[in-house]
Design a protein around this ligand. Structure first.
Ligand code: DP6
Length: 370
């Protein structure tokens, strides 16, 4: 079994003075949700997600070895980095990166040897209400692993991706599912071979053709800042009256969806995915303090989808993450007709009529390596 110790960096075989990497990583949408965690970003239950294709963060990491006699940057802090978002300095993102570096230092001690410039941008609007923490942390973790590989070129590709997912998890839990694979499981589950609480693993079975290039149209219902962050929401699962039942249910739903992803049963897929979405929000509504992240238009859209599905039998369903936006999931072979339905009946519920068309993708990519 892989343990945390396996990710502690020990061997520098090559000296690296400076360089640049650029990596991209996509967002992902959970089918069985992660909601509740233990210490050190260990999930309270296993989760599974589709990796997306178009909604990505692209991050360039430039680094120069610190000279012990010269201080680069304005302070002598342990971690030395500048952060640019869409080309401009972004101070309010820095505490999250600082915390990330602190969490991963034990595994990447070389981080204190360099000054970094982290330049990041998203393919989706920052204010869209789409969380960029999963794609952002996954892209940064891939860059850090690119540096680690330069220091130790003998590293295997499997280790590269596994440790990138491990590091990404320490930045944001769901980020570990954005590194590699179309369908990713994170969290120990009895029926998923090699599954781990420490990193995401690719869904081990052959995916049924019904799910190849599955579509996800994201309806942007509310772009406002969330009243309650995911981190606070996860915390509220401690002492939650339904926590244990919910965690047990997630294990059962993961077993069930594993079969569905193998056998292509779309009716069963819809049941599990919609139930998971509503359960996630039910947990929010039943925690103390309680809160609601759905908006009236979220419910309008859900009702429209149910009516449309009843009338047409087209296997379209919804899921939600920790916000008001609605992800509409459907097979590629009904793409045109579902897009027409979205344009005719749902766009009016989106803020400024905005939605994003995405589909299942493959994970992070190394774009520049020099
Ligand atoms: C509702 O991964 O954003 O999207 O680990 O605190 O960074 P942190 O939380 P985060 O939580 C995501 C929760 C979710 C469900 C999911 O993606 O599985």
């Amino acid at each position: 079994m892989v343990t945390e110790k396996d990710f502690v960096f020990t061997t520098t075989t090559h000296a690296v003075e400076k360089g640049n990497f650029q990596c991209s990583a996509p967002s992902n949408i959970a089918l069985v949700k992660y909601w509740g965690k233990k210490d050190k970003q260990i999930p309270a239950n296993p989760s599974i997600s589709f990796t997306l294709n178009h909604c990505k963060t692209i991050t360039k990491l430039s680094f120069t070895k610190k000279n012990s006699s010269i201080t680069i940057g304005s302070t002598k802090e342990k971690f030395s980095f500048e952060l640019l978002f869409e080309g401009k300095p972004k101070e309010d993102f820095k505490p999250k990166i600082q915390k990330f570096f602190e969490r991963i230092e034990a595994y990447c001690p070389y981080l204190t040897d360099y000054h970094f410039i982290i330049a990041t941008e998203n393919t989706f609007p920052h204010s869209s209400g789409i969380a960029s923490s999963a794609s952002g942390m996954a892209a940064l973790a891939m860059n850090i692993m690119s540096l680690e590989k330069a220091l130790n070129p003998a590293m295997t590709e499997d280790f590269f991706f596994q440790k990138a997912s491990f590091l990404a998890r320490l930045g944001s839990g769901s980020a570990c599912r954005s590194v590699k694979g179309n369908v990713v499981v994170w969290g120990k589950h009895a029926e998923i071979k090699a599954s781990s609480d420490l990193f995401g693993v690719e869904f081990p079975s052959e995916l049924h053709d019904n799910f190849k290039n599955y579509q996800d149209t994201i309806l942007l219902v509310d772009k406002g800042e969330k009243q309650v962050s995911s981190t606070v929401g996860h915390d509220l699962m401690h002492h939650h009256p339904f926590a244990e039942q919910r965690f047990a249910q997630a294990h059962r739903n993961l077993s069930a969806i594993k079969n569905v992803l193998e056998n292509g049963d779309l009716a069963e897929f819809i049941k599990i995915v919609e139930s998971e979405a509503l359960t996630l929000h039910a947990m929010m509504m039943t925690s103390l303090p309680y809160f609601i992240l759905m908006k009236p238009n979220t419910l309008e859209i859900i009702n429209k989808i149910w009516n449309y599905r009843n009338e047409t039998n087209i296997p379209v369903c919804f899921t939600l993450d920790a916000g008001a936006n609605v992800h509409i999931l459907y097979p590629e072979n009904v793409r045109d007709i579902v897009l027409q339905f979205i344009k005719d009946e749902l766009v009016g519920y989106c803020q400024n009529g905005n939605y994003i068309c995405d589909a299942v993708g493959n994970g992070g990519q190394l774009i520049i390596d020099n």
